[in-house]
Design a protein around this ligand. Structure first.
Ligand code: DUC
Ligand code: ZN
Ligand code: ZN
Length: 470
């Protein structure tokens, strides 16, 4: 028995077409004029008045990440279940090699954490925190033999993940040789550490100083440096992660204008949240919104939100991810009471990206097509998973979301909230739309507000090289 999704509007980056979708086993096998797909012997999902979109692809999550003296609170089991609730059918988590550690061992560890635990399909990018001959060799091996074709480097977090410019250049040269994508956390961590120490010495200890000590100019500067290094390394594909600042966006726009293989993602928190309304909340509440790069001020001379939305429209930003890195308030965020620099950095969002960016469609920032493109198609292409993922077309995996534009979603703890956190980063947000039904490789995971999935359904996706390059 197959599944027919009938009478919906199928959305892709190139438009919306009224079509029926026939799923057989794990695959989309055919598309029909609306109302004409054979239904005999098939389960029928009526999508009249609804959008039928490719399952979301979130290429930046941190499940079970040991970080900031604690560990991100979602496991692969809880995090991928929340992803399913949010219409996300593929995640790409960050496997972590630290200075002194071994890349292969860390990848094995991440496989071990994820195997048989995931509700949706998953892959990994590899963080390389210790660049030396051995890890450079490993980058090649992972690209050529393990289906891991992207590597995250850090210009921030000295002493934790930080790489200096020489190390970055070497890693980029290696990536250029084997066709891998370099993902960059672009903030000048050396300068930030000076500002943090100076702020603490002045007695500035509240969560809002997290943002004040990480100015947007230092994101712009690091982005510029990363782009120059990528050019020197032979125009290696460079993907700036979690962009928060107009200054950084300018750098990416200029590099793209010059024909460089430079790309970027942003995350919902950078499109909607502000220092004043979130980080500077009374008491220690602002700790919930501590992430890096930080949430920016609405009084900056640059209009970060407006610029980032424009960047998404103009394809200066190709992808929206979440940088999902959840911590509970109790005992985790609380580690930083009295010292903002000890607040674990990260926010939970894997469940809400499709909803929050759809709200951007409702508000007129993006088209429906661009919503699908930035949240599903482009991440699949950028990370070598297309057309298996990121599109509804014959031969693609039947990762499909039926989206109801006439229903609402109330986000919040005790409302819609399935991440393993004791609060919601998006408390009180109401979305003019709703995840109705979710299929992952032809299996129904969400239906009628019920979770029908299971851990172990999700399979590791071996990725190819990026199919997004200019
Ligand atoms: N930023 C975060 O906020 N959390 C995880 C790592 C990162 O770069
Ligand atoms: Zn980062
Ligand atoms: Zn991250």
């Amino acid at each position: 028995m197959g599944i027919v999704i009938k009478n919906g509007a199928v959305i892709s980056p190139t438009g919306q077409i009224a079509q029926d979708v026939l799923v057989d086993g794990e695959i989309v096998v055919a598309m029909y004029l609306p109302g004409t797909a054979p239904t005999d012997g098939h389960r029928v999902i009526d999508a009249t008045g609804k959008y039928v979109i490719p399952g979301g692809v979130d290429v930046h999550t941190h499940f079970e990440l040991p970080f900031g003296g604690t560990e991100a609170s979602d496991t692969f089991e809880t995090g991928t279940r929340a992803a399913a609730w949010g219409g996300v059918t593929t995640i790409c988590d960050m496997a972590v090699q630290r200075y002194g550690g071994n890349v292969y061992d860390s990848l094995t560890e991440w496989h071990h954490k994820a195997a048989e635990n995931c509700a949706v399909d998953y892959s990994f990018s590899q963080i390389v925190g210790g660049i030396d001959d051995e890890s450079l060799k490993a980058m090649k091996y992972l690209t050529e033999h393990e289906g891991i074709t992207s590597f995250k480097l850090f210009m921030a977090y000295p002493g934790v993940f930080y790489s200096d410019d020489g190390q970055i250049l070497k890693a980029m040269q290696t990536a250029a040789e084997c066709g891998a994508l370099i993902m960059m956390h672009a903030e000048n961590g050396i300068a930030i550490d000076v500002l943090v120490a100076q702020a603490l010495a002045r007695g500035e200890r509240d969560p809002k100083y997290h943002s004040i000590t990480r100015p947007s100019d230092l994101e712009g500067e690091a982005t510029h440096r990363a782009i120059v290094l990528s050019k020197v390394a032979g125009n290696v594909p460079l993907y700036i992660v979690h962009m928060s600042a107009s200054e950084a966006l300018d750098e990416v726009a200029e590099a793209r204008h010059n024909g460089q293989n430079v790309f970027a993602e942003t995350c919902p928190q950078y499109l909607y949240m502000t220092l004043e309304d979130h980080l500077a909340q009374p008491g220690f509440e602002g700790a919930k919104y501590v992430c890096s790069p930080p949430i920016r001020s609405k009084h900056d001379h640059r209009h970060h939100h407006a610029d980032l939305w424009k960047g998404l429209r103009m394809n200066e930003l190709a992808v929206v991810s979440t940088d999902h890195c959840p911590f509970c308030f109790k005992d985790q965020k609380e580690l930083g009471i009295g010292d903002f620099s000890k607040i674990p950095n990260g926010m939970g969002g894997v469940e809400h990206r499709m909803e929050l960016i759809y709200q951007g469609v409702v508000q007129g920032h993006l088209s429906l097509e661009r919503w699908v493109e930035t949240c599903s198609t482009n991440p699949a292409k950028m990370f070598g998973m297309y057309p298996k993922k990121g599109i509804i077309a014959p031969g693609s995996d039947a990762d499909i979301v039926v989206w109801d534009p006439n229903a609402r979603t109330e986000i919040g703890y005790g409302k819609k909230h399935h991440m393993n956190m004791d609060h919601s980063s998006w408390e009180g947000w109401v979305i003019d739309g709703k995840v109705d039904t979710v299929l992952s490789r032809g299996t129904v995971l969400i239906d009628n507000d019920q979770y029908l999935g299971r851990k172990g359904h999700g399979k590791f996706v071996r990725r190819g090289l990026s199919n997004y390059l200019v």
